[in-house]
Design a protein around this ligand. Sequence first.
Ligand SMILES: Nc1nc2c(ncn2[C@@H]2O[C@H](COP(=O)(O)OP(=O)(O)OP(=O)(O)O)[C@@H](O)[C@H]2O)c(=O)[nH]1
Ligand SMILES: [Ca+2]
Ligand SMILES: [Mg+2]
Length: 731
Amino acid sequence: MAAPDGRVVSRPQRLGQGSGRGPKGRGACLHPLDSLEQKETQEQTPGQLDMLRKAQEFFQTCDAEGKGFIARKDMQRLHKELPLSLEELEDVFDALDADGNGYLTPEEFTAGFSHFFFRQNNPSQEDAGEQVAQRHKEKVYQSRGNEDLGDMGEDEEAQFQMLMDRLGAQKVLEDESDVKQLWLQLKKDEPHLLSNFEDFLTRIFSQLQEAHEEKNELEYALKRKIAAYDEEIQHLYEEMEQQIKSEKEQFLLKDTERFQARSQELEQKLLCKEQELEQLTQKQKRLEGQCTALHHDKHETKAENTKLKLTNQELARELERTSWELQDAQQQLESLQQEACKLHQEKEMEVYRVTESLQREKAGLLKQLDFLRERNKHLRDERDICFQKNKAATANTAASRASWKNRSGSVIGKYVDGRGILRSQSEEEEEVFSIPRRSSLGLSGYPLTEEEPGTGEPGPGGPYPRPLRRIISIEEDPLPQLLDGGFEQPLSKCPEEEEVCDQGAQGQIQEAPPLKLTPTSPRGQPVGKEAVCKEESSPSAPDRLFKIVFVGNSAVGKTSFLRRFCEGRFSPGMAATVGIDYRVKTVNVDDSQVALQLWDTAGQERYRCITQQFFRKADGVIVMYDLTDKQSFLSVRRWLSSVEEAVGDRVPVLLLGNKLDNEKEREVPRGLGEQLAKDNNLIFYECSAYSGHNTKESLLHLARFLKEQEDTVREDTIQVGHPAKKKSCCG
Ligand SMILES: Nc1nc2c(ncn2[C@@H]2O[C@H](COP(=O)(O)OP(=O)(O)OP(=O)(O)O)[C@@H](O)[C@H]2O)c(=O)[nH]1
Ligand SMILES: [Ca+2]
Ligand SMILES: [Mg+2]
């Protein structure tokens, strides 16, 4: 095992153990501990012995591998044994390493340790220890010295010095005192051994010299090695440095790259953040702008608010004033309305009278024209017949001829030269046609359809083929210019038609009483006045006036219905209405007098243009169909649409299914009528002009509806600006 200074040393052996080589029978070279033990057995106190033993133990603890010296790191093993920290152990190592070569020999360890140990464990004693050790040395030295001084002369000194010089001990021996003492001791006690001792010393010193030289060489080699190592280490270090540097550089490079990347990233993020910040600042500016604008608006709004409040108050005052004024205006309006209503009704009455007279005049003229044409036609026919008769009976007496010449001109002439006195139609007919008066005559002069014997009912499906019917009853009224002198025939005396008495449903048609010469009108009163009914007489002017237009296919029974309603009677042989007819009937609806102007229109297509004109002013419309004639029901929609065209849907409509008495002939089920009425929001009744069933109820329902509607309108007009709510007709 190589010692730190490169000497080859054996393992520490106890004194007396060993290979037996060495000077004078001793081992070749003494292990340092051996020398220690030697010393141990020499002048040591027990305490010191203990300490030495302890030191040996510690040395062995550190030098666990037994290499004979202790390196720095071996010292750490004492950490557990001694109450010392690693740093303190380092300090102890440095303190013990007297020659500073980084290794501790046993001498260095023991010498230093005992010193350190004493100092470490017995600071007080340490000094004492030290003093003791010092004193001991001095004592020994003194004792030796004394001996030396006492015994040593000059020349011995010189001799010893010469010996040392010869042995060159100065190089290898630091402290010559021991040797000196020993030498003196030997010289004194056993001078014969002196030479041996000197030989021994010579050998030792030469060995020491050699060892020293070796050591120096080794040291030198070591130094070289160390230098090489150092160099290598240096080189390694430099390489390491280089590597570290390159690593560092790479690392730095990476780091810089990463850093650059990071910094770019951060720059980008910064840019984004800046942009965002920019945007946020712009947004903030915008918002501030908006805030200021809003603030400004708020002020403006506040100002406007206050202005509005002021205007509001003014308006409220204004409104109050206006409402007072409005109430006054309403009252005035109401009174004006009533006056206007009165005026309107008077005007209406006037207008109707005028219309009536114009209409009558025109209708009269038209009828006269038709009549004259008819007459003309008949006269021609008669002439033909006469002519033929003449031929056949030329021998007959001239007398018969004389009677023909007695007639006073043609009927036309009478009308034309306005002699005015009109004989009743049927008288003339009698004269001319001399047709027995068994059945009633239609205007056309053809006998009306023969009744079914014994039924008194009009023939099935009504008279057919129907003769040209009498022109509307209105034509016999004397013309307006004749009205003043006109003698009024009460209605019930209507001359030309056979009457069906009210109570009698038998429908027997009786002979009409002969007519007087005075102009008569089927109404028996000037047109425009009400038909005076037996059951009701209306002395005062009516409260309401409603114009109701009656429409429906021809022969559904409109005129018969109106006659039943106004005169309470049914006349089977009604002539088809020409153009328009008109009646007024006042009925009592909820304790108020309601005058109904009933305009009877001609169902025949050719009068359609006349009848259309009358829809406009209607307050209500009655659409009639014949429930025994499907076609008339199918035409109801057309009638409804032309009414809608003319008056919109503001006018209530009453749908009547007539001829209920003719149940056997029914072609239109009641449900169809009800459904149609429901779909079109109409009032619906099935009735019979013949029996009078539902004739009054249906018209009273319509009159009541009209009255209520007008009341609502009036109320709404009186209230400010509320539109009239249209009620549903069927309630
Ligand atoms: N069985 C029956 N026959 C009726 C009824 N109402 C009218 N008639 C007969 O039906 C025929 C036509 O009656 P009108 O009242 O002239 O019919 P209209 O609707 O006025 O006809 P136009 O004047 O052409 O529009 C007449 O022969 C009437 O006798 C009724 O309720 N029952
Ligand atoms: Ca050392
Ligand atoms: Mg008619």
